[in-house]
Design a protein. Structure first.
Length: 201
């Protein structure tokens, strides 16, 4: 998504005793877990509210929509995908919150055996930083991304997204330029960028 250096990889020889130690340490290390919010649309508290109320850092992409409350219409920021939620915490903290009555679930890795889906720290930070820099981010589900949207590769030179690389998305009929940033298989966002910061690759 962006141009952040990857941490150096390390290779360990694991035996049965230090395997369990490593897994325990992983459970104690905060990660970005991908969750499903199964609460009803009219619930007073969403899973996002419940988790942040417990001091857990969360992220969900928001879009502004017209909603009716108490017979009156007004604008409100609502989740782009109602059941998609990212929580930065540990397995040990989140596990008790996955009880059936709490309407919260892990999303699992496809083909894995009950392996909770996670997003790399750097990738999540890049995505959040990108959408936070834009006044109006446009979100896309993975199946909505077309080959044409990935045609023109660019790098951002200068500004709040300096160093980011991705695809240039143009909207027909407007002069707005957007950079496509992705969380593969989960979500993509087209964020506004200034033309003078765009370098074609």
């Amino acid at each position: 998504i962006a141009y952040y250096p990857h941490p150096k990889s390390c290779i360990y020889k694991l035996n049965s005793s230090n395997k369990s130690t490593l897994l325990r340490k992983m459970d104690e290390t905060p990660q970005w877990y991908v969750l499903r919010d199964l609460s009803r649309p009219n619930s007073k508290l969403s899973a996002f509210d419940k988790l942040t109320g417990k001091g857990i850092k969360c992220f969900t992409p928001l879009v502004r929509k017209v909603v009716t409350q108490g017979g009156k219409q007004g604008w409100k920021d609502v989740p782009y995908m109602r059941d998609l939620l990212f929580a930065h915490s540990t397995h040990d903290v989140l596990d008790p919150l996955m009880a059936p009555g709490l309407r919260l679930q892990y999303r699992y890795v496809h083909g894995g055996f009950k392996e909770p889906m996670t997003v790399r720290e750097a990738d999540m930070d890049c995505f959040i930083r990108a959408v936070s820099s834009s006044i109006s981010s446009k979100y896309y589900r993975p199946e909505e991304i077309t080959p044409a949207m990935r045609n023109r590769r660019i790098r951002i030179i200068g500004g709040p997204l300096h160093g980011y690389e991705g695809s240039l998305v143009t909207v027909r009929g407007t002069t707005v330029k957007r950079l496509l940033v992705e969380l593969p298989m989960l979500l993509a966002a087209a964020v506004e960028v200034e033309p003078e910061f765009i370098q074609l690759l």
